[in-house]
Design a protein around this ligand. Structure first.
Ligand SMILES: *[C@@H]1O[C@H](CO)[C@@H](O)[C@H](O)[C@H]1NC(C)=O
Length: 350
């Protein structure tokens, strides 16, 4: 059975349970589901204890995405091909210092066996992974080899399906005009088929504008299992400060809510830069890039925790883009010297 069918049947069972129960028990049903992830009895809930050996099945393994929202973890660029030790140390930092539950990969490392290092670091630290087929910015075909490598690794590594929460086509294959919506839809469907036996859902990592410039690309939105949204309001034509960015966030979010039919939504590439430079330039004369605005953007998301929680699909879960300035200048939570640029302790529930 595919993940979608599993999801569907679990939804159906909730609905039928809801229909059969008196009103007082309906809220209890939902409480039970979210208590499961809060009590740490599913992966990768905060407080979950990793088993000493790899489980024999995925039954009751993953937390229900409908209970996962608020801060989830970091975007993490792998272009540096970090050594296994560094991956372990930094994934543990994401988990333990920031209460991260997931890491979303960004960029590409084409070193043989690299995804196995990611899987081991994720397993050891108790983090889930949004894996990525990196398209780059050059419009070349390298992504095809990367796709085949990661698909093979997801089948071959026995731990991979226990830590990989999704596979993304990205970044921004529509915005960069690498594939037209029809071709991208075919790729998504074929990856879903490939991964159905390991129950790993598939998505595209893209901003609203990427879909919009292709007439909405509804076929892509229909094909993906969940939606990985790039939310980068600094680049909006009406951007000013991060504190004033909620209407911009809401505008893109509403666009997706209207077209994604209740699917789970994530802000997977999500942040506000502290500096501008070539390639990171605003489209509004009033947009401010500095460390205070970088911080204020995450504060804004915390302040809207309940609004984000109320979004269909069980609420928006968001990633901070990006772990360190070493990975992408200006977006890091850490600076190049490994120090926090500002106090960062976002809410993981509300
Ligand atoms: C999935 O794709 C990979 C890479 O092309 C291939 O090695 C593997 O056999 C495929 N598995 C299935 C079940 O289709």
């Amino acid at each position: 059975m595919t993940k979608t069918l599993l999801l569907l049947s679990s939804l159906l069972s909730v609905f039928s349970a809801v229909l059969a129960k008196p009103v007082g028990e309906i809220s209890k049903l939902y409480d039970d589901r979210s208590t499961a992830s809060q009590a740490g009895s599913c992966f990768p809930a905060i407080g979950f204890k990793m088993p000493s050996s790899v489980p024999t099945s995925l039954d009751n393994w993953w937390c229900d995405p409908a209970t996962e929202y608020a801060f989830l973890g970091f975007s993490y660029e792998v272009t540096a091909c970090q050594e296994a030790d560094q991956l372990k140390k930094e994934f543990a930092d994401i988990r333990n210092r920031f209460n991260g539950r997931y890491v979303r990969l960004y960029g590409a490392c084409d070193k043989k066996g690299f995804y196995d290092d990611i899987v081991n670091a994720a397993w050891d630290s108790g983090l889930g992974v949004h894996a990525l087929i990196w398209f780059g910015f050059d419009g070349d075909d390298l992504w095809k080899g990367r796709r085949d490598t990661i698909l093979a690794a997801l089948h071959k590594n026995p731990k991979a399906k226990f830590v990989t929460r999704g596979l993304q086509f990205g970044s921004e294959p529509l915005f960069d005009w690498v594939l037209d919506p029809e071709e991208l839809t075919e790729q998504v469907i074929s990856a879903k088929k490939n991964l159905s036996s390991v129950h790993i859902p598939v998505t595209v990592s893209e901003m609203a504008y990427g879909y919009q410039e292709h007439g909405g690309a509804q076929d892509v939105l229909d094909a993906i299992d969940f939606v990985d949204i790039h939310m980068l309001p600094f680049f909006a034509q009406d951007a000013s400060t991060a504190k004033a960015a909620w209407p911009i966030v809401k505008r893109d979010l509403d666009w997706f809510i209207k077209r994604s039919n209740g699917k789970k939504l994530y802000f997977d590439e999500n942040g506000w830069p502290s500096i501008t430079y070539e390639g990171v330039e605003p489209n509004s004369p009033d947009a401010v890039a500095d460390v205070n605005n970088e911080r204020d953007y995450y504060t804004l998301l915390d302040q809207h925790c309940s609004d984000l929680k109320a979004v269909p699909g069980g609420g928006v879960g968001w990633f901070a883009h990006i772990y360190s300035d070493d990975q992408e200048p200006g977006y890091g939570i850490y600076n190049n010297g490994g120090q926090l640029k500002f106090a960062f302790a976002p809410r993981t529930s509300c």
